[in-house]
Design a protein around this ligand. Structure first.
Ligand SMILES: Cc1cc2nc3c(=O)[nH]c(=O)nc-3n(C[C@H](O)[C@H](O)[C@H](O)COP(=O)(O)OP(=O)(O)OC[C@H]3O[C@@H](n4cnc5c(N)ncnc54)[C@H](O)[C@@H]3O)c2cc1C
Length: 397
């Protein structure tokens, strides 16, 4: 135990948990920081799981994901409890009950347990093996199967489904995407018009769209469900928290009613800095980094460490590539009530299209699709305008 005698528990060994741990140590908190992860792996690059094909196991350069290093973090300062789930938490007595049967007393807690893949069968699987893709072990199975099988059927239309379709194409697979009404590629994020154009783009690259529910095809080929996610909050039940969609926190990532408990990453639902009075939960890598940092700094501040009032340097953004088309998204388009095309033709995203997303007439997000980089400078200008806190609604406290 550290000299200060304090113990901090971080539940979740993903990027949000790691960044929170780093922020705590950077702020000079004198404590033992213990990271619990139910996966067997240390923090790895989760977005990298769907970005490119990998050589077969045994070939050189086969590592699908390396342990992530965080600059400035002395790893020896952390205690890793991998392959150890937290089954339940008693926030009043500040104790975690572990899958090993042990208990763990903490002085401060960071909830960074992320989300898991949603399944249409509630996890029962049915008679046909349905795969989902969330973690490194899932990815290893799916890459192996894509390499070996000639066909994949994918249920879903979001980032993971679309990247998986593109990845399967690179492995040379026949790709079938199951479509439910009003759920074309990226429609939930980028809207109907762009989704229709993307559907054409996918079809041009050999994807077959079939109507239907998430049911495996009768030929028993590889079937992957990528139909959304479920926040990992069951272990927090019984503590009177608002767990209606992830863990409700305030603008500093603090769990209301618990001075020493913070949440971050995919699991945290916090006041939306772009839209006063609205809560948001964002499943993006950059959001996990930023909210992880904030949760760690806020916990440090509650322990009397760190300077200033921590708040979110909020600017989630991501880049994806599907069948050679780069899709960049920044801000929070899902919070918008209108969209305007700034450059290009939304019916031809491969020739470049820039869309600004508005809420109450104020920009809250930007998307840029292109095969090249035609409108890059305009995109960067739009990003700058987003950074300038356009809504004037950055949540204070
Ligand atoms: C295939 C894929 C591709 C993606 N691509 C992109 C992308 O291109 N760009 C982008 O911005 N985002 C992408 N994302 C999303 C991004 O990876 C997440 O936003 C990010 O990883 C969230 O980090 P986190 O630390 O909050 O949660 P996670 O990374 O999910 O980490 C949480 C960890 O906690 C563990 N855990 C859960 N419950 C418990 C418990 N009770 N006890 C102990 N451990 C527990 C989980 O097993 C997990 O290891 C992608 C996600 C996936 C799955």
């Amino acid at each position: 135990m550290a000299d200060g005698g304090r113990t901090i528990g971080v539940v979740g060994s993903g990027i949000a948990g790691l960044r929170a741990a780093k922020a705590l140590l950077t702020c000079g908190v004198d404590a033992e920081v213990v990271i619990f992860g139910d996966e067997a792996h240390r923090t790895y690059n989760r977005p990298g799981l769907t970005k490119r094909p990998y050589p077969p196991p045994g070939a050189p350069g086969t590592a699908m994901a390396e342990d992530l290093e965080v600059a400035g973090l002395d790893d020896d300062a952390l205690t890793w409890r991998l392959g150890t789930g937290v089954d339940t938490a008693d926030l009043r007595d500040k104790v975690l009950h572990l899958s090993t049967g042990e208990t763990f007393d903490y002085d401060g807690l960071v909830i960074a347990s992320g989300v898991r893949a949603r399944t249409s069968t509630g996890g029962s699987g049915g008679s046909h093996p349905r795969r989902t893709l969330r973690g490194l072990d899932d990815a290893q199975h799916i890459h192996d199967e894509l390499r070996a099988s000639g066909k994949v059927t994918i249920a879903g239309a979001g980032f993971v489904a679309c990247e998986l379709a593109s990845l399967a194409g690179k492995y040379g697979c026949e790709v079938v995407m199951l479509e439910s009404p009003r759920r074309g590629p990226f429609r939930g994020l980028l809207g109907k018009r762009i989704s229709i154009a993307l559907r054409r783009w996918f079809a041009r690259h050999g994807v077959t769209f079939l109507p239907g529910d998430p049911e495996p095809s009768p030929d028993r080929s590889l079937f992957v469900e990528a139909i959304g996610s479920v926040p990992n909050t069951e272990w927090l039940r019984g503590n009177g928290l608002d767990l209606s969609d992830g863990v409700r926190v305030d603008a500093r990532m603090r769990v209301p009613g618990h001075e020493d408990v913070f949440a971050a990453g995919d699991v945290a639902r916090y006041p939306d800095p772009w839209a006063a009075g609205r809560l948001t939960r964002i499943e993006l890598w950059k959001n996990a980094i930023d909210t992880g940092d904030l949760a760690g700094r806020s916990l440090a501040a509650s322990l009397g460490r760190g300077a200033g009032k921590p708040r979110l340097g909020y600017f989630p953004n991501t880049t994806s590539e599907v069948f050679g088309l780069r899709i960049q998204v920044a801000g929070n388009p899902k919070a918008s009530d209108a969209a305007e095309v700034v450059r290009g033709d939304p019916d031809h995203p491969d020739r470049g299209v820039l869309v600004r997303f508005l809420r109450g007439g104020v920009a809250v997000g930007v998307a840029y699709l292109d095969e090249g980089a035609r409108f890059n400078s305009t995109y960067i200008e739009l990003l700058r305008s987003l950074k300038a806190d356009p809504a004037g609604a950055v949540a204070a406290g």
